[in-house]
Design a protein around this ligand. Sequence first.
Ligand code: GLN
Length: 305
Amino acid sequence: MQSLLDDVIARNRQWTQKGKVADYIPALSTANSDALGICVTDVNGQEWAAGDARTFFSIQSIVKAVTLLCALEDAPIRSIAKVISFEVCSDSFDSIANLETSRSHKPLNPLINSGAIAIIPFISGKAYEEKFLRVVKLIRQMTRNQSIEVNDKVYKSETLTGNRNRALAYYMKSTGTLSGDVEEVLDIYFRLCSIEVTCHDIARIGAVLAGDGLMPGTGEAVANPNSCRIVKAMMSTCGMYNESGAFATSTGIPAKSGVGGGIMAAIPGKMGIGVVGPALNSKGNSVAGIRVLSDLSSKLKLSIY
Ligand code: GLN
């Protein structure tokens, strides 16, 4: 496995030159666009890493898989489905279009910005701070990393420039889709996106999802198998935004990307994979990260289809 990962990184490093780091959130523009790293954690807890696996990056939209998991653990899916659909979205991750044009005004799924904002009220916790801590604690538990924290620079930058997300949230408030205090919900969303991680952390999150909620190695249950199944189903169909179909055909694994350049994959019953490559394509997905996952998937026959 180690030499395979070293090879896959070396072979695909050239693709980092084909993308651009995100700059619509100014703090993300300082990321190293040449970086490329991978970590694999199998469901028994064995771990391998290659390339720039220790590079820190912000979790961004990968956190949407964990917020969805928390909401599914804390609230009946029937009540979530009243305000959020579980359907694919052919528009960009921050699109407002379908909120207005669809009759129900529901966000299309919980892995795009609108859906991830609307799901926050379903996470348990009376005060907003408790909802935030509920997600952070689960991330610390899944990653076995108690030093997981928000990157303050990224958080401030998200807060200052997150006007599209504000527009989505206020629009959803006006249609009754978003309950609660809009600014408090947005603040949780911005903070969650700004959590700093490495490939090791997201590979471990992927491994817990792959193992139906069991911690790799110890077998301790941290989430319900049915919630993990739904998260993986959403990752397979919507995790790479409006590139999810192409990714399914090239790679065939449940995965969730973020504009920090990370991609977290969960191969059912087998392993979690974390990749970082901050140079993105026009859909907001890591160019080299996709190549690495597609290469690894064909070498290890990981496709679930
Ligand atoms: N924080 C980012 C945003 O809301 C997350 C988007 C992403 O990673 N695709 O725009």
